[in-house]
Design a protein around this ligand. Structure first.
Ligand code: GDP
Length: 445
């Protein structure tokens, strides 16, 4: 998995990390090479472009960390950006199967690995979560496919719905539901028919089954070796059927990995699992951290930079405190606060730990703050120039528009952020005036 991309990138970064001082030009050259490597790995052009842009923005805004070289720092930024690009929301392996019997619909093209993945998933649910699973093949065009599932079922010790000749897919789906209810199954997985290409009939059939089964999860199985095609297929399936996640198969092959990197950016759908072989236990949940690690192959450097950053974060925080009580709370400080919040389990978690902030924590909760919003706010600050970060009052309407657009958001989002910055600034000033002792007393009241 990712061998070629990994090799290309490590070449780029080996050169970069060997240099002591790094000029802007060095970083630019390296990033140009990163872009080429991504394109060669079949990552789509807009995604590759966006990736490099994100890295560049991060690199520009970041304070220099002592005790690591700028090159090492760039590696860390590339790593974090990779994780960000790969990450969906929530735990990829956590399927919505709480209300038994929960239907899971498997869709995808013929040969993508759908039937194999159905069995892998059933085995996983049975062995790791102790679920009683029923599998049903809806591939009425290919009797061999139905038998294949039955054979796999007996191999892994998972029941399959008995095959009834001449039944149509909708009828099979209904029978599976009844059987799952009567048989006390927790989950039933419907393995729909595949075609070589997406056509009207395939989509119609899948849509009919979907309407009857009302699946809790609709997992699209795509062949990871097909690169951007896999992404196009996913976009189309999602458009026509609606999917809740993607399973990328054949990631054990020497695929170029582009599909994995473009999937979420293009389709908005998270990769939930990857198939890593033909055997029924060759299924893993998709872990962005681990995948990014495999792609970059520079875990040591990433760990080193993390450690160094922790040290200077403490120093920075102290400096920030000093600036804040003087009423000098700028957008960089706000960004740092936001990043800290993400680390400490989100805004609510952090506010609840600070004395006297109970009320604000409530407001935060009401405003529907979550990690996603915090990430967006960080993106907004990142879209600002150095001067604007130091003094957000400089922001004119046209710049506001550009910044909001750059972060993929509305001006109203930016205005909210600026308001928050003002309020926090005011609060800091008050605290500064009160002095530490008084602040504590106030908090104890
Ligand atoms: P379907 O037509 O989509 O149901 O595809 P199948 O499940 O029949 O799989 C087609 C072929 O791909 C079979 O030979 C599988 O063993 C193989 N296959 C499925 N998933 C993987 C995988 O993750 N890695 C590898 N190497 N082969 C796989």
């Amino acid at each position: 998995m990712f061998e070629n991309l990994s090799e290309r990138l490590s070449g780029v970064f080996d050169r970069l990390t060997k240099q002591g001082a790094l000029s802007e030009e060095d970083v630019k050259t390296a990033l140009r090479e990163v872009r080429v490597a991504l394109l060669e790995a079949d990552v789509s052009l807009p995604v590759a472009r966006d990736f490099v842009k994100k890295v560049q923005e991060q690199a520009t805004g970041q304070a220099v960390t002592k005790s690591v070289t700028p090159g090492q720092q760039v590696v860390k930024i590339v790593h974090d950006t990779l994780v960000d690009v790969l990450r969906g929301e929530g735990d990829p392996g956590a399927l919505k199967i709480d209300n038994p019997p929960a239907p899971i619909l498997m869709v995808g093209l013929q040969g993508s690995g759908k039937t194999t993945t159905t069995a892998k998933l059933a085995k996983r649910l049975k062995e790791r979560e102790g679920k009683r699973v029923l599998m049903a093949s809806l591939d009425t065009n290919r009797p061999a496919a139905m038998e294949q599932l039955a054979i796999l079922g007996s191999q892994i010790g998972v029941d399959t719905l008995p095959i009834v000749k001449g039944e149509d897919p909708v009828a099979i789906a209904k029978r599976a539901k009844t059987q799952a209810l009567l048989g006390g199954y927790d989950v039933y997985i419907l393995d729909t028919a595949g075609r070589l290409h997406i056509d009207e009939e395939l989509i119609q059939q899948a849509a009919q089954v979907r309407d009857v089964a009302q699946p809790r999860e609709t997992l699209l199985v795509v062949d990871g070796l097909t690169g951007q095609d896999a992404v196009n297929v996913a976009a189309e399936f999602d458009d026509k059927i609606g999917v809740t996640g993607v399973v990328l198969t054949r990631m054990d092959g020497d695929g170029r990995g582009g599909a994995a990197l473009s999937m979420r950016a293009v389709t908005g759908k998270p990769i939930r699992f990857v198939g890593l072989g033909e055997k029924t236990d060759a299924l893993e949940t998709f872990e962005p951290d681990r995948i990014a690690g495999r792609i970059l192959g520079m875990g040591d450097i990433v760990a080193l930079v993390e450690k160094a950053q922790e040290t200077i974060e403490a120093e920075q925080a102290e400096k920030m405190m000093r600036r804040m009580v003087k009423g000098q709370f700028n957008m960089n400080d706000l960004k740092m606060q936001l990043e800290q919040m993400l680390k400490m389990g989100g805004m609510e978690g952090m506010m609840s730990m600070m004395p006297g902030m109970g009320k604000m924590a409530k407001q935060v909760e009401e405003a529907g703050f979550d990690d996603k919003i915090i990430r967006r706010q960080i993106a907004l600050v990142q879209s600002m120039t150095k001067k604007e970060r130091a003094n957000p009052k400089l922001l004119q309407a046209s710049r506001k528009k550009r910044i909001a657009k750059g972060a993929g958001l509305d001006v109203s989002d930016l205005n909210k952020l600026l308001k928050m910055h003002r309020q926090m600034g005011d609060m800091m000033k008050k605290m500064g005036k009160m002095g530490k002792g008084k602040m504590l007393k106030q908090a104890m009241k």
